[in-house]
Design a binder for this molecule. Structure first.
Ligand code: NAD
Ligand code: MG
Length: 393
């Protein structure tokens, strides 16, 4: 009896995009793909078009779009191939689309996600950068248009599940005393500090529990990912920085918790597989099968917890600092981090340069208020150029 949900998947060739299509393929009677988008991976996008027969496929790269167009017509498919940034916003706001999976990586994902919010679409939000950059504007758009907003990030999805139904956005009124945001600690949780100087991109991307894109993998290794998630939780759940406690939990079985004033702590557990939060968000408020194996508590046997180490992971402290400063500072933090991570993946800077670069940029580019989107875009551009300067120094 549930009706067909028509979906746009922004970033369909990425880690989250592929997991989304995996869940969708299990329920063809429930979900129909209207549009798929990617940066430049035309081969994979072609395979996805053949399988899911979307109305539109968007590529940012013109050569890749041309190649895709040729293959689509040779295969006799009816998918229309589009190219360019503006087309991302178009497919995120089409009248025939019910829900948008926002799974582009980085600040590039913000404009189409914001557009989907203005258009009142149901938003499945993986792109945490939208909230880090423009949390206030985005949440405003969601409330005004009446969009349903479902967090995909596993921690925020867990918190969403552990909060009261129809959470009003008021922690006090709901009897919530703290949000306990779990963190695996990444691949360098126990690496001697001295060795962190020399770690390589491949070592940083070898996450012990999760398989993810390279950018978020490096963020997990520096714990900037957790810092961005603190900011994300602030906007999603209207929680102050002091009410969000990071808890290191190396097994990644508890995906986060909510602590209540009566002493109750509610947790969501599961295997570390993003298809669980994706299936939850797709079907909400129903539940559907996701392909994730049942949790084997006997095999896991024990769960460990510890406090985060702010000396080992300065990025986490920088993110709390940016959240407290407010205005454009989280956008500066995010932009500096994106430039730093790209340079690290390119072997142009060392792992430990990432927090140094961010701190320098935060000291150099001044804070402004966020009134309109342009304030965010200006901050993003200023931080990127300051970061590039530091790298080329
Ligand atoms: P990924 O690198 O695997 O995929 C990124 C996708 O975005 C690809 O389809 C790529 O073609 C597209 N893309 C890249 N740059 C683009 C640009 N400039 N313009 C348009 N499209 C572009 O990334 P991912 O790991 O799937 O992460 C996607 C988002 O989800 C990120 O915001 C990340 O923080 C968030 N997230 C990911 C995971 C995970 O398990 N991978 C978990 C939680 C949150
Ligand atoms: Mg996460």
């Amino acid at each position: 009896m549930s009706k067909l949900t028509r979906l746009t998947v922004l970033g369909s060739t990425g880690s989250i995009g592929k997991s989304t299509l995996d869940v969708v393929a299990r329920h063809p009677e429930k979900y129909k793909i209207v549009a798929l988008t990617a940066h430049r991976q035309d081969e994979l996008l072609f395979e996805q078009c053949r399988r899911f027969l979307p109305r539109y496929a968007v590529l940012l790269d013109a050569d890749a779009a041309q190649r895709l167009g040729k293959r689509i017509s040779a295969a006799g498919l009816e998918t229309e191939v589009l190219c360019g940034v503006a087309e991302l916003e178009r497919v995120a706001t089409l009248p025939e689309v019910d829900a948008v999976m926002a799974a582009i990586v980085g600040a590039a994902g913000m404009p189409p996600t914001l557009a989907a919010a203005h258009a009142g679409k149901k938003i499945l939000l993986a792109n945490k950068e939208t909230l880090v950059l423009a949390g206030h504007l985005f949440m405003d758009a969601v409330h005004r248009s009446g969009s349903a907003l479902l967090p995909i990030d596993s921690e925020h999805n867990a918190i969403f599940q552990a909060l009261p139904n129809a959470y009003s956005g008021d922690m006090k009124q709901s009897g919530v005393s703290k949000i306990l945001l779990t963190a695996s600690g990444g691949p360098f949780r126990n690496t001697p500090l001295e060795e962190l100087k020399h770690v390589t991109p491949d070592q940083a991307c070898a996450h012990p529990n999760w398989s993810m894109g390279r950018k978020i993998s490096v963020d997990s290794a520096s714990m900037m990912n957790k810092g961005l998630e603190v900011i994300e939780a602030h906007w999603l759940f209207n929680a102050a920085a002091d009410d969000i406690q990071v808890v290191v939990h190396p097994q990644s079985v508890i995906h986060s918790m909510v602590q209540y004033v009566d002493g109750s702590v509610l947790a969501q557990l599961g295997n570390p597989d993003m298809r669980t939060p994706i299936a939850f968000a797709l079907a909400y408020p129903e539940r559907i099968e996701s392909g994730v194996a049942p949790l084997d508590l006997f095999a896991i046997a024990k769960l460990d917890f510890s406090a985060p180490d702010f000396t080992r992971f300065p990025c986490l402290g920088l993110a709390y600092q940016a959240l407290r400063a407010g205005g454009t500072v989280p956008a500066l933090l995010n932009a500096a981090n994106e430039v730093a991570v790209a340079a690290f993946l390119d072997h142009r800077i060392a792992f430990l340069d990432i927090p140094r670069l961010i701190e320098t940029v935060l000291g150099k580019v001044s804070r402004a208020e966020v009134r309109v989107l342009q304030d965010v875009l200006d901050a993003d551009a200023a931080a990127r150029s300051a970061a590039q300067e530091w790298i080329e120094r």
